[in-house]
Design a protein. Structure first.
Length: 223
């Protein structure tokens, strides 16, 4: 894969690992995320954007076009988390998580797909969650991630004729600084490093995964 890789949510823990993985493999990476020091620190082409805003995402991809970079892959990492069950969920939490976890993937894929097809085909990799499949979950987070899973399957069918494969990775608990604030040693030992998940993402985006599309790949570690 010689074309550029666009990574959304690039300034987060998993996003940074994905950027490092692809740049380490020699790919040109375009990092998309909210403006801030974390984005500025990335060793990649950087575009600040509100990924929940369809128009802003379209403008960001137009800026990618201005870089003269054909796009071979979209890695849609952007997402958020909020706790709470039925009684705790309000409008801001519900709409905020669906915009962040689901809407950001829709808008990025909508902008990226014709560009990937125009460069000869490629891959989209989304990030779901174990809690979107089964088991206990926070209501808005779990259901928004379940929507990402179904979106992945639908996009795989829709985009297959355009030479675009679409797959998802489903992390359980990741070993991140934020998660370590509440995890005990046993939970840390069971968690998965973002760098390990990034390698699975790179595989799904690469030529060795050419026969694979529509897969929801668990990356649970020992959790």
């Amino acid at each position: 894969m010689t074309d550029a890789v666009v990574v959304t949510g690039a300034a987060g823990a998993l996003g940074r690992a994905v950027v490092e993985e692809f740049t380490g493999r020699g790919h040109r990476v375009v990092a998309l995320d909210r403006p801030g020091d974390a984005l500025d620190a990335l060793g990649a082409d950087r575009i600040a954007v509100d990924l929940t805003d369809r128009g802003a995402v379209g403008e960001a991809f137009a800026r990618v076009d201005e870089l003269g970079l054909p796009i071979g892959a979209l890695i849609a990492v952007a997402g958020g988390y909020a706790g709470g069950g039925l009684a705790d969920t309000d409008e801001d939490t519900l709409h905020g998580l669906f915009d962040t976890n689901f809407g950001s993937v829709v808008w990025a894929a909508q902008a990226a797909a014709p560009r990937i097809a125009g460069s000869g085909g490629g891959a989209i990799v989304t990030v779901g969650a174990r809690t979107g499949i089964s088991g206990p979950a926070q209501l808005a987070h779990g259901t928004s991630k379940a929507a990402v899973h179904r979106l992945t399957e639908l996009l795989a069918d829709e985009l297959r004729p355009q030479g675009i494969r679409v797959n998802a990775v489903l992390p359980s608990v990741m070993d991140t600084p934020a998660n370590r604030e509440w995890m005990n040693d046993a939970a840390v030992a069971r968690s998965v490093a973002p760098a390990a998940i990034a390698k699975v993402i790179a595989f799904l985006a690469g030529p060795d995964a050419a026969p694979v599309s529509g897969a929801l790949v668990p990356v649970y570690g020992d959790g």
